[in-house]
Write a protein that binds this ligand. Structure first.
Ligand code: HEM
Length: 942
């Protein structure tokens, strides 16, 4: 009898062929192995020498066949990266069925994916670093016979004459930080890099990851941009509020039960705000990332922008491709607000940027406009501890023990809660009544949760240190003072101020570890990223091979790190760093001198471009759809399976969070946000309350703002290239029409596919179409597959009506991406931005590399970070997804700071995976209730 097996569903064509399963698998195995042999013969692919030769995440035929068989081969015709189709990169079904060897192909697939990702990182390091702090010319042209990417010190990163620490770092002479400035993370972030004191500090200019020429497309400054967008773009064109209402709004089955995110009186459980939920990520993960961004960057100062206010749309829409004013009926139907106003974004510099010439090509020295990052760019927990003198005044220390943060008892006993701002605190009036924090803006129950947890964690470290100091007062703490480096600082001699700063170092490193090894692998739930992120932290070799790790560490730091050869100091450095891991690079020397920058600073690498986040990084963190409108509130000591109240997040906005937190308690909020799934990052899924947010400070009739529309406006103000050029700039393949957003792996009649096709129609309506002109070249970052330049017709004949795919705002584009690797909560476009920047913020930070030493962290601090708390490492039960792994760092933090949660956390492997659910084997997105949680009401709804 003939059987039919469907192999793939790509390009809408279901390939059905007669086969006997076994014969087919055998043939595929043979084909794949032959392809592997060919791949070995071909050798490693060369790193692209120019940006238009980048590999775009697409591999050759042999590589695709070897790593993923026919499925991977057929996926090659799509714009999306190939590795997501390799064997073993999805759930158990991605492992080959019935092949002669089951593990071999999966190993090839996962290793192949990691290789592709490393190629991407190398290309990103090579083509995507654009510093806006005036060092770019040196990057391109080099200095003193050293190639730009191998440069390590820049005059622009010296402290200026008017800086209070100017004399301390060497004044007019060679600048190098020393003394107390190098012992811990400084408030403003200066002296993280000892030889580049200013780098990453508060107020430095945001970098770019895209060519300066492609920024600010609305200005139409050059021919390529004008060809790409015609005159179709402006700050309010296409209209941001119209985009928000047509493409971002969450559809409600019962609007009266949601009331635009305000729920029902008394937090009634009859309230309901529909949202699309992610299967493998919880609300704690949503607020975690907001908590992180408050550490990394801010365009705003003290919660506001310029004094001048501007319009924010709700004025026009495209009708048959013609910009047409909205009628009052349109406004009513859409629900937007023409009277909303917002303060204009800050601009650091908007004078004409200079130009320079190198090797026959003209370059801009910076982007046409620049913006400052008003917090430190370092991963230094500045949201907790402050980022300048003003914000530091908001951080309250315990008068009885200055090593500790002030926590006040509230309600039940326990470590207490953060104090509330008092009248003397330097705050924006809108923050009155909030709990004290360095970064208090956009506060809600979510940020309150993490600020309280990490304040408790800070104090838990201090308590443990004091406990050990009481037991062994004369023991060597590990700490050293560069003013007297040989003197052992005994545990009993560590001062409260020293201990405070050590605790900050420890908390910052824990946060970075949680983010790298716990949040990100759950965000990108699959084997390649589990391995990749753990490699970033502790190396592909793992702790089992310390000698090899150490040898590799030495090669990376001492050979490649010190090399003046551009390839060695960038590409080779990046590749080999994966062996020992980035964390701790350069910290393992036996002879280590705290006064020598070669030792303390020797493990950092900025790849020729001073570290700061690029504007494009901010864009991909505009993750507002993650947030639900209502929290399904539960109570630990009653019935955790019962939803006791539906609390609107907006009712916990700013000062309202204080009472919500104290009266209900950290444990109940942890339980509630741990069990609830967060919102999918997709179109039609923005929180309603954020589209209608009331903000008293706004000088407008409505005093309201649509934050979703504002996301688009701010990106336009910051000159972020639109989605398609954004992809090209990052080395990803362009799209050629809105239809490319449809996931062609889905069957033609699937409801998801139909929904995506409807979205395509909406995109076409909002962004429109035009008659193309093939004589207009629109980019130099990529070429057609046949090597010809890409023109306005995107592969179609001259004069064809084509989609305005070039105009799509980047946030809209990445939300519309439905073709994603398995288990990816974000799109591949966002992900590529992370590949570069998530690595760089580790590579560049001395305290995560060569200064991760007891001399700075104390012995207890080093162990605490390595073992996720005091004492030896704890190991998780079983083998989740096939890995023996430590109890995760955030789980340990929560068990320490909210011990009431310990029983609930027993079955939790990753704190960001919805609690009370047991997952199936190997990265399954399915789950079943864990024993005891079968009655949970949330499991009934999808
Ligand atoms: C209660 C929840 C939240 C509220 C009330 C809120 C509110 C806001 C507001 C009002 C702005 C606009 C500031 C401006 O440009 O004038 C903003 C910006 C932003 N939000 Fe949120 N947000 C929330 C949650 C989140 C979450 C979960 C994320 C995830 C990462 C996030 C990421 C961002 C980013 C990246 C910006 C841009 C910041 C900048 O330009 O420096 N927000 N948010």
């Amino acid at each position: 009898m003939k059987t039919y097996c469907s192999l793939v569903l790509i390009g809408g064509l279901m390939s059905m062929r007669p086969c006997s399963a076994a014969a087919d698998h055998k043939k595929e195995e043979e084909e794949s192995l032959k392809a592997c042999a060919q791949l070995v013969l071909d050798g490693f692919r060369k790193i692209a020498s120019t940006r238009d030769e980048r590999f775009e995440g697409k591999v050759g035929e042999a590589a695709a066949l070897c790593r993923g068989g026919q499925k991977a081969l057929q996926f090659q015709n799509t714009p999306w990266v190939d590795w997501s189709q390799y064997w073993g990169t999805g759930d158990a079904t991605s492992k080959p069925l019935g092949l002669l060897t089951k593990n071999g192909p999966s190993v090839r697939g996962v290793a192949g994916a990691l290789l592709d990702l490393e190629y991407q990182r190398i290309e990103l390091i090579k083509f995507n670093l654009f510093d806006n702090n005036k060092t770019y010319e040196q990057y391109v042209a080099g200095r003193d016979s050293v190639g730009g990417p191998a440069l390590k010190v820049w005059p622009e990163m010296r402290l200026p004459k008017d800086h209070p620490n100017y004399p301390d770092v060497g004044g007019d002479g060679k600048q190098a930080c020393k003394g107390d400035l190098i012992r811990w993370r400084t408030v403003t972030g200066i002296c993280n890099d000892i030889l580049n004191p200013l780098m990453g500090s508060t107020g430095q200019i945001f970098a770019r990851n895209v060519e300066f020429d492609t920024t600010f497309p609305d200005l139409g400054r050059n021919e390529l941009t004008r060809n790409r967008h015609g005159d179709r773009l402006g700050l309010l064109k296409p209209d941001p509020q119209v985009i928000s209402r047509k493409l971002f709004t969450r559809q409600q089955s019962d609007p009266d039960a949601c009331r635009a995110g305000y729920g029902l009186p008394e937090n009634s459980t009859s309230a309901n705000c529909d949202y699309k939920k992610a299967p493998f990520f919880n609300v704690l993960a949503a607020f975690w990332i907001q908590f992180m961004t408050h550490d990394w960057f801010s365009h705003l100062e003290e919660g506001h922008n310029q004094a001048e206010f501007m319009k924010v749309g709700c004025e026009s829409q495209l009708v048959n491709n013609v910009e047409t004013p909205l009628t009052p009926e349109d406004v009513n139907r859409l629900g937007c607000r023409p009277d909303d106003r917002i303060d204009k974004g800050y601009i650091a510099e908007d004078s004409e940027p200079g130009t320079f010439e190198h090797a026959g090509k003209q370059y801009l020295t910076r982007a046409p406009r620049t913006m400052s990052n008003n917090t430190t760019a370092w991963w230094d927990a500045s949201q907790l501890y402050g980022y300048n003198d003003l914000s530091r005044k908001r951080v309250k220390r315990d008068a009885h023990d200055r090593a500790k943060l002030l926590l006040q008892p509230a309600g039940s006993s326990g470590p207490g809660y953060l104090p509330v701002f008092d009248d003397h605190d330097p705050i924006n009036p809108e923050w009155k009544g909030q709990e004290a924090a360095g970064f208090p803006d956009n506060w809600s129950i979510g940020t309150s949760f993490y600020h309280n947890v990490f304040a408790r964690e800070h104090n838990a470290f201090v308590d443990e240190f004091r406990k050990q100091a009481a037991q062994t007062p004369n023991a060597d703490s590990g700490l050293r003072n560069p003013a007297n480096p040989k003197q052992v600082i005994r545990c009993k001699d560590v001062t409260p101020d020293e201990l405070f700063e050590v605790a900050r170092l420890v908390v910052s490193a824990e946060i970075a570890k949680i983010h790298t090894t716990e949040w990100t692998p759950q965000l990108l739930y699959g084997e390649p990223l589990y391995k990749g992120m753990n490699a970033n932290w502790s190396g592909l070799l793992g702790p089992g091979q310390p000698e090899v790790s150490k040898a590799l560490n030495d090669i990376v730091v001492h050979n490649f790190g010190k090399s003046k050869d551009v390839e060695k100091s960038t590409q080779w450095y990046s590749v080999f760093a994966s062996g020992p891991g980035i964390f701790g690079l350069g910290s393992r020397a036996h002879r280590y001198d705290i006064t020598k920058p070669e030792d303390t600073n020797g493990g950092v690498n900025h790849f020729g471009s001073p570290f700061n986040f690029p504007e494009e990084f901010v864009t991909v963190y505009r993750l507002h759809p993650l947030v639900p409108d209502l929290i399904e509130y539960r109570e630990l000591d009653k019935d955790p399976n019962k939803i006791a109240a539906k609390i609107p997040i907006v009712e916990t906005f700013r000062g309202k969070a204080t009472d919500a937190m104290r009266s209900r308690g950290l444990a109940n909020w942890g339980l509630s946000m741990g069990r609830q799934r967060l919102g999918l990052l997709t179109l039609h899924n923005h929180p309603l309350f954020l589209q209608n947010l009331k903000m008293g400070r706004l000088d407008s009739k409505t005093q309201q703002i649509d934050v979703a529309a504002l996301d688009l406006i701010r990106d336009r103000e910051h000159g972020v290239p639109r989605f398609n050029e954004f992809r090209r700039q990052y080395g990803l393949r362009q799209l050629t029409s809105f239809d490319d957003f449809v996931d062609r792996r889905l069957p033609a009649d699937s409801p998801d596919r139909r929904e995506q096709e409807d979205t395509v129609k909406s995109l076409r309506e909002v962004y429109g179409q035009h008659i193309c002109d093939s004589s207009k070249v629109i980019t130099d970052a990529q070429r057609n597959l046949d090597g010809t330049p890409i023109n306005d017709c995107l592969g179609r004949p001259n004069g064809t009506m084509v989609d305005n795919i070039e105009d799509v705002d980047t946030v809209v584009g990445w939300l519309a991406e439905s073709t994603r690797p398995h288990g990816f909560a974000i799109s591949e476009t966002q992900f590529v931005v992370f590949i570069l920047n998530a690595s760089r913020r580790l590579f560049s930070d001395r305290f995560f590399t060569s200064s991760f030493r007891p001399e700075f962290y104390t012995k207890l601090g080093v162990d605490w970070v390595n073992h996720n708390g005091p004492g030896p490492e704890m190991i998780e039960n079983g083998m989740p997804n096939g890995h023996k792994q430590p109890v995760s760092p955030l789980k340990r933090v929560l068990m320490r700071t909210i011990p009431e949660l310990t029983p609930e956390l027993q079955s939790v492997v990753n704190v960001f995976d919805p609690w009370a659910r047991d997952r199936g084997e190997y990265y399954s997105l399915q789950w079943k209730p864990r024993p005891g949680a079968e009655a949970d009401e949330a499991f009934r709804a999808n």
